[in-house]
Design a protein around this ligand. Structure first.
Ligand code: AHR
Length: 502
């Protein structure tokens, strides 16, 4: 059994928690769109063919933005294939996922779905096989009210009001050779710079996200960000980060410490962006859009991908089933994002439905919550106001992949309007519970609100079609407050959120 001591104080905010931190990602990949969000023959499908049960789960998850339509898919995508009468839309090869795309769902339907879900649409343009002209075309189609050929085409296609998309991604993962049309940092930086300037000529109010590295382990990580930002600094608001983690073999210790790498990734990109700021002598500060993050059993996908039959519509791809341990690590990644709220102002869990997703569906059948659903839904609901600087005194343990890692990590948010403080904690200890004391003397009197989280005696337990509710949030009833100190017990391998009310 170990102990941890946490100190939080409302006088020391890190930065506001942007609601865009609770974004997600929908790519035309596998069964994310087709047979996931969209299944026109399902008994619960609406007039557009979208499943009402999935929409309800998306709302319960608390998703605020959705990045669309890819991902690797976008780098070969022709946006105009997905608009206009469905019967006239072409079927295309999707080279990224070796599938056939029917284009039954495109920008207009997806934007309508976003409005129904109450989420902001974040749109990615293709800078793999295409460039400035197509980016300007889709922007005009989406955002100009009417009176031009492309905006009138949208009106004629049944959408009189412009979509008003504010956030646009300048391509996807352009640094690595799996990307159709990948480029050197110089080439991509120049293209992204030209595209950004053109898009801002059309609408100066846009927020543009330039591609950072596909991961912190890529050969060009760091120099890519520096070069790309030198080309685009004045015209973009965000640079992207992407990171996926998985359990390698039985090295649970390293896996539980994945957020150590996420912290390093964010801190390194912040340092690089600020170095370019100094070099260019600018006042503006670049933000991070962590627009792909999750647990992904990528090694298993790579090992089996050549066995997948090619050129199918909506094949079952990347349908990872998440364990309790995955959900605990997932919750710790949310802690890392929250800790950096001053610089990470948008994030998208990749992805939303069926494809490495918190929500699963069966065609003609049910939908259910994966284990990772719970930390996301709880954090989106309870992380409000500002993140507070959080000190954690605790022992560390050695890991093979991430050096020494603290046994407990934590962050806290404070919402002045409601008087609520939420504390998010991960216990990486594998064999014993940890007693945590939290110094809240700086707040005055607080009472305990709710305390729940994810843990299980079987860290491999999952929710699946046969047993969709095996894992759910569990209430922690060990919390007590005494003289400005909160004490609670964290079970081994657990993620927890505690709320304190004024
Ligand atoms: O989310 C799955 C894939 O991961 C995305 O298409 C790509 O951007 C990343 O490599």
């Amino acid at each position: 059994m170990s102990n941890a001591h946490v100190v939080i104080d409302p006088r020391f905010p890190v930065g506001p928690v942007n609601r865009r931190l609770f974004g997600s990602f929908v790519e035309h990949l596998g069964r994310c769109v087709h047979q996931g969000l969209y299944e026109p023959t399902h008994p619960l499908a609406d007039a557009d063919g979208f499943r009402a049960d999935v929409l309800a789960l998306v709302q319960e998850l608390g998703v605020t933005t959705v990045r669309y339509p890819g991902g690797n898919f976008v780098s070969g995508y022709r946006w105009e294939d997905g608009v206009g009468p469905r019967s006239a839309r072409p079927r295309r090869l999707d080279l990224a996922w070796h599938s056939v795309e029917t284009n039954e769902v495109g920008l207009d339907e997806f934007a309508r779905w976003c409005r129904r879900a109450g989420v902001e649409l974040m749109y990615a343009v293709n800078l793999g096989t295409r460039g400035l002209e197509e980016a300007l075309d889709v922007l005009e189609y989406a955002n100009i009210t009417s009176g031009t050929t492309l905006s009138d085409r949208r009106v004629a296609n049944g959408t009189p009001e412009p979509h008003g998309i504010r956030m646009w991604c300048l391509g996807n993962e352009m640094d690595c050779d799996w990307q159709l049309g990948y480029r050197s940092a110089e080439d991509y930086g120049a293209l992204a710079g030209r595209t950004a300037k053109g898009m801002l000529q059309l609408d100066p109010g846009l927020e543009l996200v330039v591609c950072g590295s596909s991961g912190s382990g890529t050969p060009t990580f760091g120099s890519w960000e520096r070069t790309v930002l030198r080309h685009t600094y004045d015209d973009v608001s965000h640079i992207s980060c992407h990171a996926y983690y998985q359990l390698h073999g039985d090295d649970l210790g390293s896996f539980l410490a994945s957020a150590v790498d996420m912290d390093f990734f964010i801190d390194s990109v912040v340092a690089t962006a600020d170095a370019v700021k100094a070099e260019l002598k600018r006042d503006k500060t670049i933000q991070i859009s962590f627009d792909e993050w999750n647990i992904w059993y990528l090694e298993e996908h790579q090992a089996t991908k050549d066995q997948t039959e090619r050129w199918q519509v909506a094949p079952r791809l990347l349908e990872d089933r998440y364990t309790v341990a995955d959900a605990v690590v997932f919750g710790s990644l949310l802690i890392s994002l929250l800790k950096h709220a001053d610089r990470v102002t948008a994030a998208s869990v990749a992805q939303l439905v069926n494809v490495i997703a918190p929500i699963m569906t069966e065609p003609g059948g049910p939908s259910w919550r994966q284990t990772t659903f719970f930390p996301f839904a709880l954090t989106s609901r309870l992380a409000r106001g500002v993140t507070l600087a959080t000190t954690v005194e605790v022992d560390t343990y050695p890991t093979a992949r991430h050096g020494s890692a603290p046994l407990v990590d934590a962050t806290a948010t404070y919402d002045e309007d409601t008087g609520r403080t939420s504390v998010f904690l991960v216990n990486r200890a594998q064999d014993a519970q940890t007693t945590v004391t939290i110094d809240i003397a700086g707040f005055g009197e607080l009472t305990v609100g709710e305390c729940q989280g994810v843990h299980d005696s079987d860290v491999r337990a999952v929710n699946d079609l046969e047993n969709p509710t095996r894992v759910g949030p569990t209430v922690n009833s060990t919390v007590r407050v005494d003289g400005g100190i909160v004490t609670l017990e964290l079970p081994p391998v657990s993620w927890t959120v505690l709320t304190l009310e004024r």
